[in-house]
Design a protein around this ligand. Structure first.
Ligand SMILES: Cc1cc2nc3c(=O)[nH]c(=O)nc-3n(C[C@H](O)[C@H](O)[C@H](O)COP(=O)(O)OP(=O)(O)OC[C@H]3O[C@@H](n4cnc5c(N)ncnc54)[C@H](O)[C@@H]3O)c2cc1C
Length: 388
């Protein structure tokens, strides 16, 4: 099989990238190891994605936004950070009525992107088969699939998760940080209203985030050791509800589990290079963020747009779509946009999950300093909203 661009992985990043190139005249092939039914109608995976304004605009442009049911979108009006038992809170509130962002369940974003790709007919989908080998040379790239088939392409784009096999095959080193913790996400109904406020609460030995969904429902996000997360996964729904109520000190009243529970290991990754000969990384394969600042997919979408823009420029100038200059421009722009927040997020996550006395003292001081410095608070708010 021959094509212009072969994309590995039809997750949200791979699908957005393919849709961003609709109408370019390029032949794209998307290879996904999961069966087509799993990407056409993905199951709920517990992730509630906080989409920035920029991401909402991109999803609008590629005709995915209107495919997400409006009653499944929950406005995020304010973000609040609290430390331990301290009553002090640091609030990030946007000016005016515009929400900070919009919370949308991940599986609905994926379904909308799949439908957008299908209706634009912009890529051929090869599903239910994994890519097992990737090779590129100045003349072209080649993918080998688990069924022995081969795909030749002028450019190979890998969007195959933060543990990207393609990245490894291409010899690209990656900075990895294993936080030695896992994250549990689940929807809970509670007695007291959340007021559209997302709360990140750094308690002793645990981090709890509450993401406000429509009605008196939130997504509870618990960060604990893998062993404790296993125990929580095995509790009955009633035990889990009681445990969540007690963990959150009844701030939201009694809690009741209203969906499935999902656990994710906390490992962040940052590829040392985003491009190689006729090859590029996008999505989590390029930058695998810690979820605490809710930027993983926002970065994935922005990166897909950056790469697609370089490819369109190359086409307009009648250049090679895998022109090294264009790929390097994508790498630089994406590095500048993501490296500072990646480093800052890891630092914040480490500081706020360290229960030793100096770290506790430092984070209390950081919160108070943040509250005192209006411009810093406004900068963080702007970053969270990411207006285009
Ligand atoms: C708990 C949690 C909360 C989050 N909250 C937010 C948030 O609020 N805001 C935000 O922006 N982001 C958030 N994220 C991050 C976001 O979910 C990810 O950034 C995003 O899903 C990554 O998309 P992707 O397409 O790069 O990778 P994935 O979604 O991992 O998709 C990769 C695809 O590649 C396929 N694949 C892998 N290997 C192969 C192979 N060899 N051959 C073929 N196919 C292959 C996989 O089957 C998969 O379909 C959160 C993540 C978690 C875990």
């Amino acid at each position: 099989m021959k094509c212009d661009i072969a994309v590995i992985g039809a997750g949200p990043a791979g699908l957005s990238f393919a849709r961003l190139l609709a109408g370019s005249g390029l032949k794209l092939v998307l290879v996904e190891r999961a069966p087509e039914s799993a990407i056409a109608d993905p199951a709920f995976d517990g992730r509630e994605i906080a989409l920035t304004h920029r991401s909402q605009d991109i999803l609008q442009d590629i005709e995915a936004w209107d495919r997400i049911p409006g009653d499944e979108m929950s406005p995020l009006r304010q973000a609040r950070v609290q430390d331990g038992a301290s009553p002090f809170v640091l609030d990030f509130a946007p000016p005016g009525e515009t929400p900070l962002g919009m919370l949308v369940p991940n599986h609905l974003i994926r379904r909308a992107l799949y439908d957008a790709v299908k209706s634009a007919d912009c890529a051929e989908l090869v599903t239910g088969v994994a890519v097992t080998a990737v090779e590129t040379a100045p003349k072209g790239g080649r993918l080998t699939l688990a069924n022995g088939r081969e795909i030749r392409a002028r450019l190979v784009v890998a969007a195959d998760t933060r543990m990207s096999e393609a990245r490894r095959q291409m010899g690209i080193a990656t900075r990895m940080r294993d936080f030695g913790k896992s994250m549990l996400v689940a929807r809970v109904a509670h007695e007291k209203p959340h007021g559209g406020i997302a709360t990140e609460w750094f308690g002793h030995g645990q981090t709890v985030a509450m993401l406000p969904l429509n009605g008196d429902v939130s997504s509870i996000v618990l960060t604990l050791s893998a062993r404790r997360i296993d125990e929580l996964m095995k509790m009955t729904p009633e035990e889990f509800g009681a445990d969540s109520t007690q963990r959150t000190k009844s701030r939201w009243g009694a809690m009741r589990l209203v969906g499935t529970r999902h656990a994710y290991p906390l490992v962040t990754t940052y590829a040392m290079r985003f491009v190689a000969t006729r090859f590029a990384l996008i999505g989590d394969a390029a930058v695998g963020m810690h979820p605490v600042t809710a930027h993983g997919f926002n970065f994935g979408l922005a990166g897909a747009e950056r790469l697609a823009t370089q490819i369109r420029h190359a086409l307009e100038r009648k250049r090679d779509i895998a022109d090294p200059g264009g790929l390097l421009r994508y790498e630089r722009a994406h590095w500048i946009a993501t490296a500072p927040l990646y480093a800052a997020t890891n630092t914040i996550a480490s500081l706020y999950t360290d229960d030793r006395a100096p770290a506790r003292a430092l984070r209390g001081a950081v919160l108070r300093l943040g509250a005192a410095l209006g411009p810093v608070r406004r900068l963080v708010t702007a970053q969270l909203m990411e207006a285009r």
